[in-house]
Design a protein around this ligand. Structure first.
Ligand SMILES: Cc1ncc(COP(=O)(O)O)c(C=O)c1O
Length: 468
């Protein structure tokens, strides 16, 4: 399924081999980090810095470059780069690469076409790079995390503008697990000679399906995967992948692009974990993934039968629609999350309409059974069956960008209560993770509809530009 065996000439785990042999020597460490390899939490002896032989992430040509090459062979990319600061770092690097590789007419402001459910790293990147955004507006929006899109609207945007965008940026899968038709979108982008970048933070595993559905398999030019979200990798571990047809120049620049947005002390524990994951993916992962997906499919079927509203998502997510609120009765995402948590089961995300659970092959059968047990008990009460969303209407088309993201982010700002924000200009959308998707973005005037939506999602404060 992957051409790893043919392509990998050296070790499967060069970073692990190096660190393991270093720690076994019980070296005298007159170098960072300050724990000196002594055990405080138990993993310190594996945590090193750029000592000789350990390579250096942003100038990699030794064990890190070798390990990245292994990852590239596994994913079928033209090049893969590690990030220890998540897809958040990769997204900013992707925007930088799109900008630096675009041919623009002098004096014209660069812009990117993007979908509105972007993670906040996108907005930070656009502000730092002073990019404008033209929104590929949703056909209809009914949720914070997901949007329904019409491809002909993208074609219209690509056709009607004289100046080419630096690229098209989409999020797929999104936080609720919906996937976009990436192949069609990629074909359209290429027809109009622009690049497709995909925030695939939630979909690293998609390449390892029987029928691979990773953005690289479907024609994307650049994408990022949060390895830590769906693979057994420590938090922060992510990949920046370049598609099969990307130019050599982009490959050369990618490392520097990541360096611009990253720390000069990337975590070796995270690099070690990314490295070790290549081994995990090489052996029986494909089979384990298949079994896990089949188990989730059965769970979904049983839940549907029991009356739950199960969303149609990518295979490793279970998204339940639950939103019934009456004076005496409260049945919504946070309510369900609390019910599960009292049984020791912790979901990924809950909002007033949805609850999201994320699975990997590392969830054992007993974990499936305990989840099933509590969900069946709740559905036996029949209350979960009703749905009646009170979500205010999204009026995306009414939004007005008054100043650029950059100007907004760098302006004098103040945090005020959402209820008093109508008419003010948003400086920085304050929305925490998960899902870190802004409702109103920097530089936009806040409308009455925005306020209703912010309140609906429990957001009480917003950063606005000061009036004085
Ligand atoms: C859709 C999406 N993109 C990007 C990110 C950022 O990923 P990371 O946490 O790896 O920086 C997230 C984080 O939750 C996300 O949900």
């Amino acid at each position: 399924m992957c051409n790893y065996d043919e392509g990998c000439r050296g070790s499967l785990t060069p970073i692990y081999d190096f660190i393991n042999s270093y720690r076994k020597k019980q070296p005298v460490r007159f170098h960072m980090p300050g724990h000196k390899g002594k055990s405080f939490l138990g993993f310190e002896e594996f945590d090193i810095t750029e000592i000789s032989g350990a390579d250096s992430l942003y100038e990699a040509e030794g064990i890190i470059a070798e390990s990245e090459k292994n990852a590239s062979l596994l994913f079928g990319s033209s090049a893969t780069f590690y990030s220890t600061e998540g897809s958040s770092q990769c997204i900013k690097a992707i925007l930088y690469l799109l900008l630096s590789s675009s041919d623009r007419q002098k004096g014209k402001r660069p812009y990117i076409i993007a979908t509105r459910n972007a993670h906040k790293a996108f907005f930070h990147g656009a502000a730092l790079l002073d990019l404008d955004v033209v929104w590929w507006q949703p056909e209809k929006r009914e949720a914070l995390c997901s949007i329904k899109l019409n491809i002909s609207d993208l074609e219209q945007l690509l056709k009607e503008r004289e100046e080419k965008p630096i690229g098209v940026y989409i999020t797929s899968p999104d936080y609720l697990g919906n996937v976009l038709p990436i192949r069609d979108i990629a074909d359209l982008c290429h027809k109009y000679e622009t690049k497709l970048a995909v925030d695939n933070a939630h979909g690293a595993y998609l390449h390892f399906l029987d029928k691979p559905l990773h953005p690289l398999d479907l024609g994307a030019d650049l994408c990022c995967d949060s390895a830590h979200k769906t693979l057994p990798v420590l938090t922060g571990g992510a990949y920046l992948h370049l598609g099969k047809n990307t130019k050599q120049t982009l490959q050369k620049e990618a490392r520097q692009a990541l360096a611009i947005f990253g720390s000069t002390s990337p975590s070796y524990l995270t690099l070690l974990s990314l490295d070790y994951c290549n081994r995990y993916l090489t052996f029986d992962y494909h089979e384990k993934l298949k079994l896990c997906i089949e188990r989730i499919r059965i769970l979904k079927e049983d839940l549907l039968e029991a009356g739950w509203k199960v969303e149609d998502t990518e295979p490793l997510k279970l998204t339940l629609r639950i939103n019934y609120l009456q004076e005496q009765e409260k049945r919504n995402g946070p309510w369900l999350a609390e019910k599960l948590e009292t049984e020791g089961i912790y979901p990924e995300y809950a909002d007033p309409d949805f609850l999201v659970l994320m699975f990997t092959p590392e969830n054992g059968e007993e974990e499936f059974l305990s989840l099933e047990k509590i969900l069946f008990t709740i559905s036996a009460e029949k209350a979960a069956w009703k749905t009646e969303s009170r979500q205010p209407v999204w009026k995306e088309e009414k939004r007005v960008q008054i100043i650029s993201f950059r100007e907004a982010l760098l302006s004098q700002s103040e945090a005020i209560s959402v209820e008093s924000a109508e008419g003010r200009i948003c400086a920085n959308p304050m929305i925490s993770c998960p899902p870190a998707i802004p409702i109103v973005v920097g530089g936009e005037r806040i409308t009455g509809e925005d306020i209703k939506l912010l309140q609906y999602y429990g957001i009480e404060q917003i950063s606005v530009i000061r009036n004085d």
